[in-house]
Design a binder for this molecule. Structure first.
Ligand code: CO8
Length: 214
């Protein structure tokens, strides 16, 4: 493989850089009249765990045996952090994390920003840069923050660093989430799981509370 395709070199390769710049000029760039995201007055305090939004969620669910079990915590402003340990079942190549799995972890930590804004939103677009391979047993330190809002659109960004909060940058993602009503899940979800979730008063109370603006 050409040395030019080494991760660090790729970022300075003019062809790659211009492709990336033109992408960021489109749907992941907040419009000029976008506003800063606002932390909800009832958002968990910095350092507080957010808890799972759904026990069966692949990203954060405590009752999902195949899941990532991300346990995100509130950060300062509209930000969140989490640690993710890469396990043998997360492999793509021998001993290395699967890229799609890492993108899932980024999607989940970005989705956790909902808790800071008391907004229900879903991923519309997710763009991920894989900067270096992530070995099994690594602990990825994930951080996400919302950067702007425009109507129902929430712009946000996340990083994953290996070994510590200031460790080498391994994964980076930018995303656009779109605010939805609770009905989004009722209309599109499968009946059995919807009914089970609706039977859980905590889930329903939390979801409804998020629909009320500060
Ligand atoms: C409860 C939290 C769970 C968090 C779990 C982790 C996050 C997830 O994985 S969520 C699951 C994955 N995502 C999904 O399933 C979403 C599937 N997609 C959808 O349901 C719809 O396409 C949805 C809701 C995103 C947008 O549809 P709709 O509500 O009709 O909105 P629509 O009017 O098309 O778009 C609203 C705005 O967003 C923009 N937008 C929508 N999709 C995109 C996109 N993919 N890229 C860029 N912009 C987009 C539109 O251009 C529009 O912008 P503007 O207001 O400036 O005109």
């Amino acid at each position: 493989m050409s040395p030019a395709w080494h991760a660090r070199d790729r970022l300075t390769d003019p062809a790659v850089r211009s492709a990336s710049v033109s992408a960021t000029k489109t749907s992941l760039t907040p419009p000029d009249d976008a506003v800063p995201p606002v932390r909800h007055p009832d958002a968990p305090a910095p350092g507080e765990p957010l808890g799972a939004h759904y026990a069966q969620c692949f990203g954060c669910g405590t009752e999902q045996p195949h899941g990532l079990h991300l346990d995100a915590r509130a950060g300062e402003g509209v930000s969140v952090t989490a640690e993710f340990t890469v396990r043998p079942e997360h492999q793509g190549a021998p001993g290395l994390a699967h890229g799609g799995l890492l993108a899932t972890a980024m999607d989940e930590i970005l989705g956790s920003l909902n808790w800071l804004m008391h907004t229900i939103s879903v991923t519309g677009r997710l763009e991920t840069d894989f900067l270096q391979p992530v070995p099994v047993d690594s602990v990825l330190h994930l951080t996400a923050r919302a950067t702007a809002r425009h109507g129902r659109k929430i712009y946000c960004t996340a990083t994953g660093r290996v070994g510590g909060p200031d460790g080498p940058l391994a994964v980076r993602a930018d995303a656009l989430f779109v605010e939805v009503k609770v009905e989004h899940f009722v209309d599109h979800g499968r009946k059995d799981e919807i009914e089970a979730a609706m039977a859980d008063p905590d889930t329903v109370r939390r979801a409804r509370a998020f629909e009320v603006n500060p």
